[in-house]
Design a protein around this ligand. Structure first.
Ligand code: SAM
Ligand code: SF4
Length: 498
C-alpha cells in the first residue's frame, strides 16, 4: 500500500488541534518555565546535609518532593549522603512495591513515520531503514511467541506516526493481540495488559483507544528544553510541535485514560534540567487531575542507524549520573512505577533494581516482526536503536530470585478498576501491596508451570513457599481464598486474580 503525498500531507495537517493545547495553558503559558527550573537547580546547591536528611524522611513517608527539594537531591555529591539516599530509595521501593518486579516485552508494530527526530532510526529521512507494518496474521505470530513460548502477559506496543499506523490500526492491532490464546504445558498463555507507546493524539482518538482496554499510555517528551527540542525535531513535522506533545497526557486524562507514562530521552540536553522538568510534569498532572503518572521512563540515547551520534556527545549521561537520575526519581515521586528498558546493559539494569526500578522488559526484540524469527542477532536496518541487554525472561527471573525479588505477571489492576487515583492512593497507603502480593504469587505459579526451564523452576520453588508463608502470616483474613486460587492455578486453571 502506498500513500500519495497529497493524502499524507492532508493527514499531517489535520493531526494537531490547537484548541486542545490552548485550553490547558495558563495566561497563554505552558507549565515548563525554564528560568524557574534553572534557578531552582542553582538554589538546590545551597542545601546542607540536615536538610537532605529531612527530605529522605519525607520520601519514606511516601510523599512527593517539591521542585526545590528535588533540586537539592540532584545537587548532592557527598558520598556519605549519596549512600544514605541509596539506602532510603531501597526502603521506599520496598515499602511501596515490596520485593516485586514487573516484566513485559515491547512489540514494535510499525516503523513508518512522518517525523524526522534526528536521533531515531525510524525517521522518515532514513532511507536505509526497512519499513514494515504488521498485518493481523503477522501480529498473531508475534504474540504466539511472546505469550505462548516466552510467557509474557504484558506488552508495550510501539508505533511510528504515520497514516499506515493511525488510530484505526492501533485499535485493531490491540484487539488482535488480546484475542490470541496459545496452549501451554499446563494451561494457556495470553496477553492481558497492552500498554501503548504511541504519538500524541486528540481527545477523540484517545477515547477510542481507551475503549479497547489499554493499560498505560506512554508519550515521552524527549527533552523539555525548548531550544533543544526544536533543534532535534524539525519544525515542519508534527513532532516539531512541542506543546502538542507536552499536553498529550492532559488530553489522555480528559479522554478517561488514567494510567499514563511520561519520560525523557536522556542525552539530548543537560540531564539535571530534564530530570527536574520531568518531576515538574508529574507534579503538574497530579495538581490538575489528582493523579501523577503511573510510570516514568528515562531511556538514554542509544546509537541508531544514520543518527550521527557524535552530535550528542556533549550531553551524554555517564553511568554514575544515570544511577543518580534513578535514585532521585524514586525519592522525589516515591509511589511512581519506574521502567528501565533493554537499551541498558545487564550490569546497569542489575544495579538499577536496588535504586528504585520496578519494571523491566525481557527477551526483548525491537525489529518489526522479529519475535517470530529464530535468529537472535540484532537487525540494524529494522530496529529503532541497538539493544544493550538481550537476555531471556527465564534468565532475568533467575537473577531476580538471586537478589530476593519475585516476578509479578499480575495484570489485575486495570481489569478490576484499580487504576489511576485508586491505585495511587492504595500505593501511598501501602495497601496495593496486599493485592499485588497475592496476584504476583498466583501469576508467578502460572509462569513457572507453563514456561520456566527446569533449572529456574527448581530455584524458584523455595521462594514461592516463602512467599506463601508470608501471606499466611501477614494477611490471614484472605489466606484461604488465596490458597484456593493458588491450588486451582497449580492444577491448570488460568488468569485467576483477586
Ligand atoms: N513514535 C512515537 C513517539 O516518538 O512518540 C512512539 C514510538 S518511539 C519509537 C518511542 C521512543 O523511543 C521515543 O519516545 C524515544 O524516546 C525513543 N527513542 C527514539 N530514538 C532513540 C534512540 N536512538 N535511543 C534511545 N531511545 C530512542
Ligand atoms: Fe518517529 Fe517516534 Fe522515531 Fe520520532 S521517535 S522518528 S516520532 S518513531
Amino acid at each position: 500500500m502506498t500513500i500519495c503525498t497529497d493524502k499524507k500531507n492532508d493527514w499531517i495537517s489535520q493531526r494537531i488541534r490547537q484548541d486542545e493545547i490552548d485550553k490547558y495553558k495558563t495566561g497563554g503559558k505552558d507549565f515548563i518555565d525554564e528560568d524557574e527550573i534553572n534557578k531552582t537547580l542553582e538554589s538546590g546547591k545551597q542545601c546542607d546535609a540536615e536538610y537532605i536528611r529531612g527530605l529522605l524522611q519525607k520520601s519514606l513517608r511516601i510523599e512527593n518532593l517539591t521542585l526545590e527539594e528535588t533540586a537539592a537531591l540532584i545537587a548532592v555529591n557527598d558520598p556519605q549522603l549519596l549512600s544514605e539516599m541509596k539506602e532510603t530509595a531501597l526502603k521506599v521501593k520496598k515499602k511501596v512495591y515490596d520485593n516485586r518486579i514487573v516484566t513485559f516485552a515491547p512489540l514494535y508494530l510499525g516503523n513508518y513515520c512522518v517525523n524526522n527526530c534526528l536521533y531515531c532510526g525510524f525517521k522518515e529521512q532514513n532511507a536505509d531503514a526497512q519499513r514494515k507494518v504488521l498485518d493481523s496474521q503477522e501480529i498473531i505470530k508475534e504474540v504466539e511467541v511472546l505469550a505462548g513460548k516466552i510467557g509474557h502477559k504484558r506488552l508495550i506496543v510501539v508505533y511510528g506516526e504515520h497514516p499506515k499506523n493511525d488510530i484505526d490500526y492501533i485499535i485493531e492491532s490491540i484487539r488482535t493481540i488480546y484475542d490470541v490464546k496459545v496452549r501451554t504445558r499446563k494451561g494457556y498463555g495470553n496477553i492481558r495488559r497492552v500498554n501503548v507507546n504511541a504519538p500524541p493524539f486528540s481527545i477523540e482518538d484517545l477515547k477510542r483507544m481507551n475503549g479497547v482496554g489499554i493499560g498505560t499510555y506512554q508519550v515521552f517528551q524527549e527533552t523539555y528544553h525548548k531550544e533543544t527540542y526544536n533543534r532535534v525535531h524539525p519544525k515542519d513535522t508534527i513532532k516539531g510541535n512541542y506543546d502538542w506533545r507536552l499536553y498529550s497526557m492532559h488530553r489522555a486524562f480528559e479522554a478517561g485514560i488514567d494510567d499514563v507514562g511520561i519520560g525523557v530521552l536522556f542525552g539530548l540536553y543537560d540531564w539535571r534540567f530534564d530530570l527536574l522538568a520531568l518531576v515538574k510534569h508529574s507534579l503538574e498532572l497530579e495538581a490538575r487531575f489528582g493523579i501523577g503518572p503511573h510510570t516514568v521512563s528515562f531511556p538514554r540515547l542509544e546509537p541508531a542507524l544514520n543518527a550521527n551520534m557524535e552530535k550528542y556527545e556533549k550531553y551524554r549521561v555517564s553511568d554514575e549520573d544515570f544511577k543518580k537520575i534513578i535514585l532521585v526519581l524514586r525519592l522525589a515521586i516515591p509511589h511512581t512505577g519506574m521502567i528501565i528498558s533493554a537499551r541498558e546493559t545487564a550490569k546497569i539494569r542489575r544495579e538499577s533494581i536496588d535504586l528504585g526500578v520496578t519494571q523491566m522488559d525481557a527477551s526483548t526484540k525491537i525489529g518489526v516482526g522479529s519475535y517470530q524469527k529464530e535468529d537472535i542477532a540484532q537487525d540494524k536496518e529494522k530496529q529503532q536503536f541497538i539493544l544493550g541487554d538481550t537476555r531471556s525472561l527465564d534468565e532475568l527471573i533467575c537473577e531476580f530470585v538471586e537478589k530476593g525479588y519475585i516476578t509479578s505477571f499480575c495484570t489485575a489492576g486495570y481489569r478490576c478498576g484499580r487504576t489511576g487515583k485508586c491505585i495511587m492512593d492504595l500505593l501511598r497507603k501501602g495497601e496495593e501491596g496486599k493485592f499485588c502480593k497475592l496476584n504476583a504469587i498466583i501469576t508467578f505459579r502460572e509462569w513457572l508451570d507453563d514456561f520456566a526451564t527446569e533449572e529456574t523452576r527448581i530455584k524458584v520453588e523455595p521462594i514461592i513457599d516463602r512467599e506463601i508463608e508470608e501471606v499466611r502470616v501477614k494477611y490471614p483474613q484472605v489466606f484461604d481464598m488465596f490458597k484456593d486460587y493458588y491450588e486451582r492455578t497449580k492444577a491448570g486453571e488460568r488468569d485467576l486474580y483477586i
